[in-house]
Ligand binder design. Structure first.
Ligand SMILES: C[S@@+](CC[C@H](N)C(=O)[O-])C[C@H]1O[C@@H](n2cnc3c(N)ncnc32)[C@H](O)[C@@H]1O
Length: 273
């Protein structure tokens, strides 16, 4: 990787955070799969398109884009070497020949100008230090008339029973969050205000920000979901006696097809002039 503007994020996603996502790739993909229909419905990738997937992680959405774009192609860009290693392995295993990956900081990477018809991202655009600069760089990569479609989280907070459950979990495990945890949450929420979204997309036309509610699968069953949630806080064991409290909080969401909690995201679309 040559140019890096977001060195803290590069450290996190090539360190413990990236390692967690790489280890739990299947879980994260199951958790985020509910977003795919809305994202690709809006992106309207057509056969022959050239697609850029920003912050592609382990590449689940890059492979979807590549299949929709054939005989075109999809390129996943990400700052995390361990996640791209997973992406390349899954792409080879699934025999997707028209998907490729680049390890780069999407805020500053010199993408070939006008090389893409569509830019997509499933939660990979919140981590830039300078969002406006990053979206300008992505606009440069799009051809005139090219489309941008991404999802990012709505504001965190106790707006729904599900959000309250997750907040309870974070409180129990992480009573004094370290600087890294605070930075991760701040980045995750950096685009949760629609006015801020419109501001950083000032160079685009037809900007739309729509709320979408999705079901995120947190585990096969309650113990599995608790184990996954705990794994996100390494070195911070659950205080004694609190396990039952957590299991009880998650039980209302247990279904035959996993522990499912609703989550609010913004579906954002725009066009490069
Ligand atoms: C929340 S994860 C989402 C991953 C993937 N889109 C998915 O849905 O599974 C965010 C991703 O953005 C990547 N990322 C963060 N900052 C980046 C940057 N400046 N340039 C490229 N990728 C970045 C991270 O490495 C990580 O893979």
């Amino acid at each position: 990787m040559t140019l890096v503007a977001n060195s803290r994020q590069a450290e996190a996603w090539n360190g413990p955070v990236g390692a967690h996502w790489a280890t739990h790739q299947a879980r994260y993909d199951a958790m985020l799969a509910g977003v795919n229909e809305a994202l690709f419905g809006a992106a309207a990738v057509a056969p022959g398109d050239r697609v850029l997937d920003v912050g592609c992680g382990a590449g689940a959405t890059t492979r979807i884009a590549a299949r929709l774009a054939a005989p075109g192609h999809a390129v996943g860009v990400d700052i995390s070497a361990p996640l791209l290693e997973r992406a390349r392995a899954s792409t080879a295993a699934e025999g997707v020949a028209n998907a490729a990956y680049e390890c780069a900081d999407a805020q500053v990477h010199p993408f070939p100008a006008g090389a893409y018809d569509v830019v997509v991202s499933r939660g990979g655009v919140m981590f830039f230090e300078d969002h406006a600069a990053a979206f300008r760089n992505l606009a440069r990569a799009l051809r005139p008339g090219g489309r941008l479609a991404f999802v990012c989280p709505q504001p965190p907070g106790p707006h729904s029973p599900e959000a309250r459950t997750l907040a309870l979990f974070a409180r129990l495990v992480d009573e004094e969050p370290g600087a890294e945890a605070v930075a991760a949450r701040t980045a995750m929420a950096s685009l949760s205000d629609p006015d801020r979204l419109r501001e950083v997309l000032a160079g685009y036309e037809e900007v739309r920000v729509e709320p979408v509610t999705v079901e995120a699968v947190w585990g096969r069953d309650v113990p599995d979901a608790v184990e996954f949630l705990l794994s996100r806080y390494p070195g911070r064991p659950l205080p004694a006696g609190r396990l039952a409290e957590l299991e009880a909080a998650l039980r209302p969401y247990a279904t035959d097809s996993g522990v499912r909690m609703r989550a609010g995201v913004w579906l954002v679309t725009a066009v490069r002039p």
